[in-house]
Write a protein that binds this ligand. Sequence first.
Ligand SMILES: NC(=O)c1ccc[n+]([C@@H]2O[C@H](COP(=O)([O-])OP(=O)(O)OC[C@H]3O[C@@H](n4cnc5c(N)ncnc54)[C@H](OP(=O)(O)O)[C@@H]3O)[C@@H](O)[C@H]2O)c1
Length: 323
Amino acid sequence: MNYRQLGRAGLKVSELSFGSWVTYGNQVDTRAARELMAAAFDAGVNFFDNAEIYAKGASEEIMGAVLKELGWPRIRYVVSTKFYWGMRTNPNDSNTLNRKYLLHAIDGSLKRLQLDFVDIVYCHRADPTTPIEETVWAMHDIISSGRALYWGTSEWSAAEIRTAWDIADQRNLHKPVVEQPQYNLFHRKRVEDEYKPLCADLGLGLTTWSPLASGLLTGKYRQGIPSGSRGALETYAFLRDGLTDKAKNEIVGRLDGVARDLDCSLAQLALAWCLKNPNVSSVITGATRPEQIAENLKALDTAPKLTSDVLQKIDAAVGSNYS
Ligand SMILES: NC(=O)c1ccc[n+]([C@@H]2O[C@H](COP(=O)([O-])OP(=O)(O)OC[C@H]3O[C@@H](n4cnc5c(N)ncnc54)[C@H](OP(=O)(O)O)[C@@H]3O)[C@@H](O)[C@H]2O)c1
């Protein structure tokens, strides 16, 4: 495993990390999560991503139980959570980043995770109804109280991130050090165009999500929806059109040729492609089975094989079919 700095912050995160969206609480129980996290940790993964909203708190409860059972030294792992959607539909507990919600939310997450602090806390989306200054102060206070060590954003616009950073800079508050955007072969513009200047100017780190586009980039949806896959989940039916998109699956077929030439799997090719971007601090992977973890971690061996020639072949296969 290699470790990269979280942008210009001192924290070091494994290049490949492991998150719990969709899986924990829906497809993976505590016993299975323990097996997956142990396999990841044994291979050097030190960053485990979560969010309050994942399975409405159950994902944090599962991760907390696993961390307790496994008993790793706290210094050896980084845990994150995210706030915005809230757990209920009360005015101050849904779709907000106001001070009241955030200061309640951190306590709820720590209780479910059975931790004294999380390493990174993200504002899971931007909230146009709360002044950014209020959110920055609340995040600063959460960090000052010792309940989180670093903070960042997820899917904020570059302008919003810069505003938050400037407010923190002017008032000597803890600054946002990381953004968590989607990044994969079909979704790259925000990372490559919008956030690139922030990485250079502010030293913003990027921990990126859905590197396999929810499994599409493994090729598993080329012949329809396999049973037991994410695409078969009724509660995530909104993902299905994207996963079974004919044009995208044809592109995946073309990428398969590139992967075969490199003697790697499609998943390894797609993950290695994310790793090639130096602004990416960690590629957050997801998995439902230990075999997937084992396969995906071998993307670390694939990354050096992605020479400029290979990257050109990948670009040719995808063309302009990305957002
Ligand atoms: N900040 C945000 O808004 C946000 C949003 C989404 C995700 N995230 C974070 O990013 C993490 C990763 O996102 P993601 O789960 O969407 O990642 P992904 O890599 O795009 O998809 C992971 C899913 O693909 C399938 N898969 C993984 N490896 C495979 C392999 N080798 N062969 C076949 N199938 C494979 C598994 O699903 P099946 O086995 O069920 O098919 C797995 O759960 C999340 O857990 C979360 O921590 C953040």
